[in-house]
Design a binder for this molecule. Structure first.
Ligand SMILES: Cc1cc2nc3c(=O)[nH]c(=O)nc-3n(C[C@H](O)[C@H](O)[C@H](O)COP(=O)(O)O)c2cc1C
Length: 379
């Protein structure tokens, strides 16, 4: 077992420090060598690989349909480094229509389910899963919780930075801009839809080639996510697609346990032609406890947090299969982007086999910054 790399997002630092000083480890080294060698060298290298590739992502040529989903790539330094390390799809962390603070530190804990996986329909996630700062030594088995609250810079900051991120993609590489609407208590659906449309337009203005909307965000009530309301998601997607026209649009879904929920979602989005890809899954909400059984993360409302990494791989694969089955039943065409617990080349292959046209890894890539290179080496 190889020693674990230093994660490119330093979990021992605050989000703000990561934003200002990151990325770290091999990602930082990649940026340094680019500075030494000049951008042209790496772009030329990428172009050479792109010519040999026949793969595409939503109609755009990619060297390998593999990348890092919304989350750990906080700004253009992170996305630049991801491209340099061979992740050919880089999603810029979800932005909002105005500045939004991050949850209090710590934002990441290591999570230790009883078995290899967390059953999203089982009781363990409600009884409490042990969470601490022991990350172990095996990057292929790591599971974490992330509790950020989807922080965002103001558009005045993120728009020029996202535009730079788009411009720095090499040949065969794609920058995806992710956003979510800002839902305030008591807000009407009209106002919420309007905020989603505005934010999508702000993302489009950066030149992002693909736009993603996170629907795994809280909607109304405890643990009720936007994607639990397919009619509202459909309404938002209609309005966003009207605004962004031909730019490929995908939505990010949480794990949905029932076939009919998935089918309804497909009917109200992709079957309308408003959405070109469904990206799934986001984290699975679990109650997190320390070794005394007490709340692991400090502060009110943080008894539960999203778990990601190896423990959710089976759930991610199950959800991709469920979406693929709904697509077949409805006879509609759209792409599936598989996310959740990808830490090895075999996991990438399993997602492709399950029906994913593209695959992404957040936790696995954080602790193995060479994951894209490893996958490419096995092909
Ligand atoms: C540090 C971190 C931050 C994240 N932030 C976001 C986010 O802002 N928007 C989003 O849609 N998903 C976010 N996610 C969820 C990931 O995109 C992904 O769906 C989830 O982590 C499962 O993939 P994994 O098992 O490879 O980590 C985040 C994940 C991590 C690890």
């Amino acid at each position: 077992m190889a020693a674990m790399d230093a994660p490119f997002y330093d979990v021992n630092l605050s989000y703000e420090d990561n934003y200002a000083k990151g990325p770290f480890g091999a990602f930082a080294a990649a940026l340094e060598s680019r500075a030494g060698a000049g951008v042209a060298t790496s772009a030329a290298e990428t172009a050479a690989t792109a010519e040999a590739s026949s793969e595409n992502f939503l109609g755009l040529p990619v060297n390998l349909p593999f990348g890092i989903p919304a989350g750990p790539l906080l700004n253009s330094r992170f996305t630049d480094a991801a491209f340099l390390m061979g992740f050919d799809i880089a999603v810029y962390k979800t932005v909002r229509s105005r500045q939004w603070p991050c949850n209090r530190f710590p934002n990441v804990l290591s999570v230790h389910p009883r078995g290899a996986s967390i059953d999203p329909e089982g009781v363990e996630k409600d009884e409490g899963v042990l969470a601490d700062s022991n990350y172990g030594t095996d990057a292929t088995r790591i599971s974490i919780s992330n509790s950020f609250g989807v922080p965002s810079q103001d558009p005045d900051v993120w728009q020029p930075d996202m535009a730079a991120a788009v411009a720095h993609a090499g040949a065969g590489q794609v920058l995806v801009g992710s956003f979510q609407g800002l839902r305030k208590p008591g807000m009407s659906d009209e106002a919420y839809v309007a905020d989603c449309v505005t934010t999508a337009r702000l993302v489009q203005e950066t030149g992002a080639k693909v736009i993603e909307m996170n629907t795994s965000c809280p909607n109304e009530g405890h643990n009720r996510l936007l994607c639990h309301d397919p009619a509202l998601v459909g309404r938002i997607c209609d309005a966003v697609k009207d605004e962004i026209g031909d730019t490929p649009f995908m939505i990010k879904l949480a794990y949905l346990p029932r076939e009919e929920q998935v089918e309804q979602m497909v009917r109200s989005t992709a079957a309308h032609g408003t959405v070109q890809a469904l990206c799934t899954i986001n984290t699975i909400s679990c109650k997190l406890v320390d070794r005394n059984g007490d709340q692991a993360l400090p502060g009110a409302g943080r008894d539960r947090s999203g778990v990601c990494g190896a423990a959710i791989r089976e759930a991610g694969l199950a959800m991709v299969r469920r979406v693929a089955m709904a697509r077949e039943r409805l006879g509609t065409a759209f792409d599936i982007v598989g996310v959740g617990g990808v830490t090895t080349p075999a996991d990438y292959a399993a997602y492709r086999e399950a029906g994913a046209a593209a695959v992404m890894s957040a936790t696995g890539a954080m602790w193995n910054p060479r994951l894209a290179q490893h996958i490419k080496a096995t092909r």
